[in-house]
Design a protein around this ligand. Structure first.
Ligand SMILES: C[C@](O)(CO)[C@H](O)COP(=O)(O)OP(=O)(O)OC[C@H]1O[C@@H](n2ccc(N)nc2=O)[C@H](O)[C@@H]1O
Ligand SMILES: Nc1ncnc2c1ncn2[C@@H]1O[C@H](COP(=O)(O)OP(=O)(O)OP(=O)(O)O)[C@@H](O)[C@H]1O
Length: 292
């Protein structure tokens, strides 16, 4: 095999996100439920005759050398050399990017996770899922989740993951048109860091008892992002007419659950055209798993 084409890098939502504390190194202790969506970027990997890792598509605002895709591929290439003594062939990586940056959808992390999983296969590197998760974590807090490959209850800085059942619904997502820098939200004086820890069964029993699609918990980063970025507040206010609208990750995107595609289309048909918006089905598994 010398290429892998049309590899999906799905978006995630944080169905809730609680900030429970802060570590000595400044990173925050979180509890969150990650939900995979059938909407995301697509990557193609083609082996080269030399050892170079090249991104062959432009991503506005992200130089090739800083791209998480390129950095993830180089990290794995060096790890394979360290383990086997042989340098894997280089690779050309093309990306069709549709996920907004600074959107809270985990786009950069998902691209990097797809890169690690696809190259592990193309290079016959044989790393386990856990080894790939450990390799990816220093590049981005959400990378281990995407490699985990199932909806998850996450703790720690997002790396302690357990599978969790989530609703089989659809989501309407609004991109409010601003990029929210994650570090600025976490370092804000407005952020509260003392939400009491929950146990995973609190979330599961909420799902079993619910009669509507009202979500569990809250997003502690939301009031910080809405204070600093008014378009996020405006999108939440508009979408709240159709359900329990909230922000994903550190923003900027906002979402609400709807029962099915028809209901999603009904909300989208009323959407003000100043916003990009879309619908997505809740996935139960990472779509790349079935391809590898
Ligand atoms: C908030 C989430 O979107 C939840 O899914 C992610 O944890 C953020 O993941 P990300 O965008 O990949 O963020 P990273 O690149 O890992 O971190 C960006 C910055 O956010 C802050 N940060 C991030 C994660 C975390 N648990 N605590 C933090 O304080 C740190 O200042 C860090 O330098
Ligand atoms: N392949 C990539 N795609 C997107 N962003 C990248 C990529 N490589 C590096 N970056 C950098 O990472 C930053 C965060 O992008 P990303 O799309 O992961 O944000 P996000 O959706 O807010 O993520 P999160 O939900 O993890 O907070 C971008 O502003 C960009 O500078």
């Amino acid at each position: 095999m010398t290429s892998l084409k049309n590899c999906p890098a799905p978006a995630k939502l944080n169905l809730f996100l609680h900030v429970n504390g802060r570590r000595a190194d400044g990173y925050h202790l979180l509890q969150t439920v990650f939900q995979l969506l059938d909407h995301g970027d697509t990557l193609d990997f083609t082996l080269r005759d030399d050892a170079q890792i090249r991104r062959v598509s432009d991503i506005a605002g992200v130089p090739e050398e800083q791209d998480l895709i390129v950095r993830a591929a180089r990290l794995l290439q060096a790890e394979v050399l360290r383990r086997s003594g042989a340098l894997p062939r280089g690779v050309d990586i093309a990306i069709q990017k549709i996920l907004p940056m600074g959107g809270g959808l985990g786009g950069g992390s998902s691209d990097a996770a797809t890169t690690l999983m696809a190259l592990n296969k193309l290079w016959n590197a044989g790393l386990t899922r856990q080894q790939l998760m450990d390799l990816g974590l220093p590049l981005g807090a959400d990378i281990p989740f995407f490699i985990f490959g199932q909806n998850a209850f996450a703790e720690g800085v997002g790396e302690a993951l357990r599978p969790v059942r989530t609703p089989t619904c659809w989501y309407v997502v609004i991109e409010p048109g601003v990029a929210v820098p994650t570090a600025a939200i976490f370092s804000s004086g407005l952020l509260t860091r003392d939400t009491p820890p929950i146990i995973i069964t609190d979330f599961s029993s909420h799902l079993e008892n619910q009669t509507d699609l009202k979500g569990y918990g809250k997003n502690d980063l939301q009031h910080v992002a809405t204070s600093l970025f008014p378009p996020v507040a405006e999108a939440i206010e508009w979408l709240s007419a159709y359900g329990d609208a909230r922000m994903t990750g550190s923003g900027a995107c906002v979402f609400c659950a709807v029962a099915n595609e028809v209901d999603a289309d009904a909300v989208l048909s009323k959407m003000p055209n100043k916003w990009s918006s879309w619908k997505a089905k809740a996935l139960m598994q990472h779509p790349l798993t079935a391809m590898l």
